[in-house]
Structure formats: structure tokens, C-alpha cells
Ligand binder design. Structure first.
Ligand code: HEM
Length: 132
């Protein structure tokens, strides 16, 4: 019989609670972006209906954090740079993305807390690095 260690890989995705946690973070992220005027510029870059992005970003983060690779399988050869090429990402709007994501992770408060905080920090760095 498979042990828990065999069926629960040792990656951030599984340690933080899997798809349920990724979806909760992404939903909180878009709720914040949709409601807080501090993120108005970031919001304006997105389509009026965020339901596609709610699914897409949650699946992307799952694969990025070492979980199932659905987004990567559904988007073969597609990289983060090509996804964002059409958008003029200023330092300011990159900062909005990073801040909203860090807040979303803090609000969802997944266990393990240290790992969740580290993930927020890395995502913020990633976003800031995309700003020009
Ligand atoms: C730096 C600031 C960022 C800005 C301004 C930004 C903006 C956007 C916009 C406007 C879209 C298209 C939304 C739509 O179709 O309504 C998008 C898509 C996406 N972004 Fe970002 N983004 C940023 C950072 C990031 C980061 C750091 C990640 C990953 C960790 C990310 C992951 C994605 C994904 C997965 C998609 C959807 C791709 C797809 O399935 O079509 N973004 N982004």
C-alpha cells in the first residue's frame, strides 16, 4: 500500500493545501484587484470578466508550485514573457500585482505559514522583475 509520503509529494503545492488553496489565493487576489482602488490601473488592463483568469492563474500557480501541470499541458511552449508581451507593464503596475498577491496569500493564510510567506515574497519579486 502507498504511504502518505508517496502520495503527498514534498512540494509547496501539496504542502500548502493543493488546488483548494491555490484557488482561494487567486480568488482573493482578483477580489482585491476588483474592489481596491489601489489596484485600479492593474484592473483596467484585465478583461471585464475575470472568470477565465480565476481558473487560468490558479492552474498556472499549481504547476509553478510543483503540483499538476494542467496549465503547462494546455499551453505548450507558452511562457510568462509571451503571455505578457501585449501589455506595457510599468514598475508601478508590477508593484500593484506583487502587493495584491502578497495580501491575498496573507488573507488566505495557508499552513505552513512560513512557506506561504516565502511564496508571496517570490511571486512579488517575479512581478517586480517584469516591470519596466
Ligand atoms: C507584473 C505585473 C503583471 C501584470 C500587470 C499582469 C497582467 C496580466 C494581464 C492583463 C493578463 C491578461 C488578463 C486577461 O486576459 O483578462 C495576464 C495573464 C496572465 N498572467 Fe499576468 N500580470 C503580471 C504578473 C504575472 C505574474 C508574476 C504571473 C505568474 C506568477 C502571471 C501569470 C499570468 C497568467 C498565468 C496569465 C494567463 C495566461 C492565460 O492562461 O491566458 N502574471 N496578466
Amino acid at each position: 500500500m502507498a504511504t502518505a509520503a508517496e502520495t503527498t509529494p514534498n512540494t509547496p503545492f501539496y504542502k500548502l493545501g493543493g488546488h483548494e488553496t491555490m484557488q482561494a489565493i487567486v480568488d482573493r487576489f482578483y477580489d482585491l484587484m476588483d474592489s481596491d482602488p489601489a489596484y485600479a490601473e492593474l484592473r483596467a488592463m484585465h478583461a471585464p470578466d475575470l472568470s477565465r483568469m480565476r481558473k487560468s492563474l490558479a492552474l498556472f500557480l499549481a504547476g509553478w508550485a510543483g503540483g499538476p501541470r494542467d496549465w503547462l499541458d494546455q499551453n505548450p511552449g507558452r511562457c510568462m514573457m509571451s503571455v505578457h508581451k501585449p501589455y506595457a507593464i510599468t514598475k508601478q503596475v508590477a508593484g500593484q500585482w506583487g502587493e495584491a498577491m502578497k495580501r491575498a496569500i496573507a488573507d488566505v493564510a495557508p499552513e505552513d505559514a512560513e512557506l506561504a510567506k516565502a511564496m508571496g515574497g517570490v511571486l512579488e519579486e517575479l512581478a517586480l522583475g517584469m516591470g519596466r
